[in-house]
Design a protein around this ligand. Structure first.
Ligand code: G3P
Length: 218
């Protein structure tokens, strides 16, 4: 299971990357805003740090403009993945950019029908948004399962990049279904290490150890 970090916070990326836990990064206009950084500058810094794909998103709405912006973003580094929205124009841009040899991540996917079109347009990654479907009382995980089944039925090699991940359970469920990649905020990845029984067990060990009066080493 590949882990992408859904952030443009370079310090947070560095911490997890140093642990070997980062297979890639995804950004979007909201995350660039949150970083307070210039898109080219921060994206270059991320690409220099992380070996895997780094998604940078176009903001144009017409295919030709998306293609032009995508090519500008791709100049930043060889590991840039151009992120385009799942609109008709986005699919046109996906086809041109992927035929041109670029990695393309088609984002804002909310249905299996959209995911089929992205695969046919040559997407490297499809990004179904789990949390935002849950927000409107649909089951984001059903979408991941539907896309997995359809892609496997026809041997599409577009990778399912489960996005809008909000919890550890989202990661586990996406993994059980067989999403190729999850992208999550660093805080969610770090919270995977937490378990109340670990904390309880550690407190007990520490209390018992104190009673022994012993020390390890000097
Ligand atoms: O990768 C997409 C992600 O950034 C959206 O997450 O939590 O804003 O729905 P969220």
């Amino acid at each position: 299971m590949k882990f992408f970090l859904d952030t443009a916070d370079v310090d947070a990326i560095r911490e997890l990357n140093d642990l070997g836990m980062v297979d890639g990064v995804t950004t979007n206009p909201s995350l660039i805003l949150k970083s307070g950084r210039d898109i080219t500058e921060v994206t270059k810094e991320i690409c220099d740090m992380v070996a895997g794909p780094v998604s940078a998103e176009v903001v144009a709405e017409k295919a030709d403009d998306m293609i032009r912006e995508g090519k500008v973003l791709a100049e930043i580094a060889p590991n840039i993945t151009i992120k385009v929205p799942l609109t008709w124009d986005g699919l046109k841009a996906c086809k041109v950019l992927s035929d041109d040899g670029h990695m393309v991540n088609v984002t804002l996917c909310f249905s299996a029908a959209q995911a089929i079109l992205a695969a046919k347009a040559g997407a490297t990654f499809i990004s179904p948004f789990i949390g935002r479907l849950d927000d409107i009382h649909l089951d984001g995980m059903d979408l991941i399962a539907d896309i997995r089944e359809i892609y496997d039925n026809y041997g599409y090699d577009t990778q399912i990049l489960a996005a809008s991940i909000r919890s550890v359970n989202h990661i586990i469920e996406a993994g059980k279904i067989g999403a190729d990649v999850i992208t999550a905020p660093p805080s969610v990845i770090k919270s995977m290490a937490s378990h109340p029984l670990t904390d309880k067990g550690l407190a007990q060990f520490n209390a018992d150890w104190a009673k022994t009066g012993q020390k390890i080493g000097k």
